[in-house]
Design a protein around this ligand. Structure first.
Ligand code: NAD
Length: 235
């Protein structure tokens, strides 16, 4: 019987930093030249959908070129070599976990390669441009597609399933997330209070970190593969 049966890994922008993608709060962050209230709120999208689509179309071109780094690949190795249910809950809108070959991925903040029809709910998967003239492939209505990115003021995606996973996991890892964006910042608390062992991987101490049993400081591309190697060896 392996040491753990149900592992949840929460990932944030920091896991993709070594793939060349800026984190939210770094000085060259993706959002730096665009006020969050314009490109990441429901009101901003209602005010100027063309501007918001253009922003995400541009971001898509940057994210589509990025490649997974050793931290993403280590999680795939864990899923392939450790006999437990292993789920990845990501705040990232990039698709680097998918590119790394991982599965059981929950994109709670949405994903860059999707748009959702506000009329019928159909998801359109594309790395191509989406704009105010895009026609929904399901209901055929034009101008109702919205980037499938969770804006401030919207509910997170997949939360029923994620909540269930957090309450039943016995190991919770948090990788490259600042711990200031809620509700993801409270996931460690749910996992810990339900009996999980909790480990944080970050460059530095973060906020809201009292519920972690261990903190492993350093670049996730080095620290996570070493930790996972150990987990697989000693299972
Ligand atoms: P954040 O930018 O607030 O925090 C990133 C954290 O990662 C920081 O605590 C930083 O110290 C740490 N970090 C940076 N490089 C690291 C490395 N090499 N190894 C380990 N840790 C490292 O990101 P967040 O907490 O995910 O919240 C910001 C929101 O912005 C997210 O919810 C996400 O939706 C969005 N975002 C997504 C992407 C992406 O999809 N790649 C990129 C930027 C922002």
């Amino acid at each position: 019987m392996p040491q753990y049966q149900n592992i949840v890994i929460l990932t944030g922008a920091g896991i993709s930093a070594e793939s060349g993608l800026a984190t939210f709060r770094s000085s060259n962050g993706l959002w730096n030249n665009h006020p969050v209230e314009d490109v990441a709120t429901v009101e901003g999208f209602q005010r100027n959908p063309a501007y918001v689509h253009a922003f995400y179309n541009e971001l898509k071109q940057e994210l589509v070129k990025a490649q997974p780094n050793p931290a993403h690949l280590a999680l795939t190795r864990l899923q392939n070599e450790y006999p437990a249910r292993i789920s990845i809950v990501t705040q990232n809108v990039d698709t680097l976990h998918e590119k790394a070959g991982s599965r059981n991925i929950y994109h709670i903040h949405g994903q860059i390669n999707q748009a959702v029809c506000q009329n019928c709910g159909q998801i359109l998967e594309t790395f191509g441009d989406v704009d105010t003239e895009t026609v929904c492939p399901h209901c055929q209505i034009m101008g109702m597609m919205k980037p499938n990115i969770v804006f401030f003021g919207e509910n997170l995606l997949c939360m029923d399933e994620v909540d269930r996973l957090l309450r039943t996991c016995d190991l919770f890892l948090s990788v490259g997330t600042s711990g200031v964006v809620f509700p993801a910042a409270a996931f460690v608390q749910i996992a810990k209070l339900n009996g999980a062992e909790t480990v944080e991987f970050n460059l530095e101490p973060t906020s809201n970190n009292y519920y972690f049993d261990r903190h492993i400081f350093g670049k996730a591309g080095s620290t996570l593969p070493a930790f996972i190697d150990d987990l697989i060896t000693n299972r």
